[in-house]
Design a protein around this ligand. Structure first.
Ligand code: 5RP
Length: 221
C-alpha cells in the first residue's frame, strides 16, 4: 500500500476520536490534511465541533472542509489535537516540523488534553533521529550566529525565494544533532537565545495511529 493511502487511513481512524462539542487542534502536513478531510466529512454529516489550526495551510483546508475555526489566541484549552510526525518511536518521542509548523504545533499540543499522532508505517522508527533532521525555528535577526551555534550539520531550510519563512515570520534550520539523549538535546536547544522552537516532541504525544500493510494500529502511551 502506498504511503498516501496509509496516511489517509491513519487520518480517517483518528478522526473517529473527535466527539460532538469538542475543541480540536488540527495539525499540519499531508497526513493531517487527510484527518482534516475526514473530520470535515463528519461535520457535513452533523458533528458539531470547533477547531484551531496549526498553520495557515491547515486553516484554509479546514475552512474549505466546513469546520468552524477559532483563533488560537482566544482559546485557553483544547480537548484533542490530531497531527502528523516525521518520526515516532516506541517511547512516543517524535520529530516534527518537516512541514515547518512545529512551533505552532507544539503550543497547540501543549494546550490540548490529548495529542494523537497519525502516521504511515515509514514514520515508525526504533529511535528518533534515524533519518529525519531536527527542525529548529530561529529568529532571522540572528541567522548567521545561530547557524554557527547549531553545529556542522545545520542547514538553513531554503524557501522559494531565499530562506524558508514560517507562518511566524521566522526561518528554519534543519539540524543533524545526535539524539542519544533526546531530553539533553531538547534542553540544549531550549537554552539557546534566538531559538524559538524545535521539532523534538518528547512529552506531548498520548497516542498514535500507524497505518501499515493494510491495517491501522492504535498505540496508547
Ligand atoms: C509539519 C509536521 C508534519 O506533521 C510532519 O512533517 C509530517 O508531514 P506529512 O504528514 O506530510 O508526512 O510536523 O510541521
Amino acid at each position: 500500500m502506498d504511503a498516501d493511502t496509509e496516511k489517509a487511513r491513519a487520518g480517517a481512524a483518528a478522526a473517529q476520536e473527535v466527539q460532538d462539542g469538542m475543541l480540536v487542534g488540527l495539525g499540519t502536513g499531508s497526513t493531517a490534511a487527510h484527518a482534516i478531510a475526514a473530520i470535515g466529512a463528519r461535520v457535513a454529516a452533523g458533528l458539531r465541533i470547533r477547531a484551531v489550526a496549526t498553520s495557515r495551510a491547515s486553516e484554509a483546508l479546514a475552512r474549505r472542509a466546513g469546520i468552524a475555526m477559532l483563533d488560537f489566541a482566544d482559546v485557553p484549552r483544547l480537548d484533542l489535537t490530531i497531527d502528523g510526525a516525521d518520526e515516532i518511536d516506541p517511547r512516543f518521542f517524535a520529530i516534527k516540523g518537516g512541514g515547518g509548523a512545529m512551533l505552532r504545533e507544539k503550543v497547540v499540543a501543549a494546550a490540548s488534553d490529548r495529542m494523537v499522532v497519525i502516521a504511515d508505517g515509514g514514520k515508525r522508527v526504533a529511535a528518533i533521529g534515524a533519518g529525519a533532521p531536527v527542525p529548529v525555528e530561529i529568529l532571522p535577526f540572528a541567522r548567521a550566529s545561530l547557524l554557527a551555534r547549531l553545529g556542522e550539520g545545520a542547514v538553513l531550510r531554503p524557501g522559494r525565494d531565499g530562506p524558508y519563512v514560517t507562518d511566524n515570520g521566522n526561518n528554519i534550520v534543519d539540524c543533524r544533532i545526535g539524539l542519544q539523549n533526546p531530553r539533553e538535546s531538547a534542553a540544549w536547544l531550549d537554552g539557546i537565545a534566538g531559538v524559538l522552537g524545535h521539532g523534538l516532541f518528547l512529552d506531548e504525544v498520548d497516542a498514535a495511529y500507524f497505518a501499515q500493510d493494510g491495517t491501522v494500529s492504535r498505540l496508547e502511551r
